[in-house]
Design a binder for this molecule. Structure first.
Ligand SMILES: [Zn+2]
Length: 171
């Protein structure tokens, strides 16, 4: 059974429901992710399950979204499909997060013991972005060609203008 996840929830309560949750949040609601993208069109889609394990509540799932990035070679934008699996341990504070073994990824709950979907998904979404975004295929990536064409057109237009001005002066 799949239920829609609330944008803010108590993980312990969801763990008792023993079902999977799905979420869809506009990219524009992720401030740090939006900063890295060329456009904030689209949504982050996620499904996850919540389980109690020994001392902690653990959230496992996957997320996906289409990242609109700017190619650092030809400066055109392009869309890269992103997919990531995550497993996060819920902790009450940053101190508790720091005390976790390195193999475990923490997510910190707010003062009311609630988890925000944005906090759950944003770090893992960010980790998937390439350090230097570039077109994978070279055919759609032609550095400089586009701007060279623009410059030529602009030059031709500039040359035709002075003659027009001279004609007006003679008249
Ligand atoms: Zn390119």
């Amino acid at each position: 059974m799949v239920k829609r996840a609330p944008s803010r929830f108590n993980p312990d309560v969801l763990a008792r429901e023993a079902c999977r949750f799905e979420a869809e949040l506009p990219i524009s609601q992720f401030p740090r992710l939006a900063e890295q993208l060329f456009s904030t069109d689209g949504s982050v889609v996620a499904t996850f399950g919540v389980n109690e394990r020994k001392d902690h509540t653990v959230i496992r799932g996957s997320l996906s979204f289409d990242a609109t990035l700017q190619c650092q070679r030809c400066v055109e934008s392009f869309v890269m499909p992103i997919q990531a699996d995550f497993e996060l341990v819920c902790v009450a504070s940053q101190a508790e997060a720091d005390a976790l073994p390195d193999a475990l990824d923490p997510v910190v709950l707010d003062d009311n013991g609630q988890l925000h979907l944005v906090d759950l998904l944003e770090d893992d979404a960010l980790l998937q972005l390439p350090d230097i975004p570039k077109h994978e295929d070279h055919e759609s990536c032609q550095p400089g060609e586009q701007s060279f064409g623009d410059v030529q057109e602009a030059t031709a237009a500039d040359k035709s203008n002075p003659f027009g001005v001279l004609k007006d002066l003679k008249y």
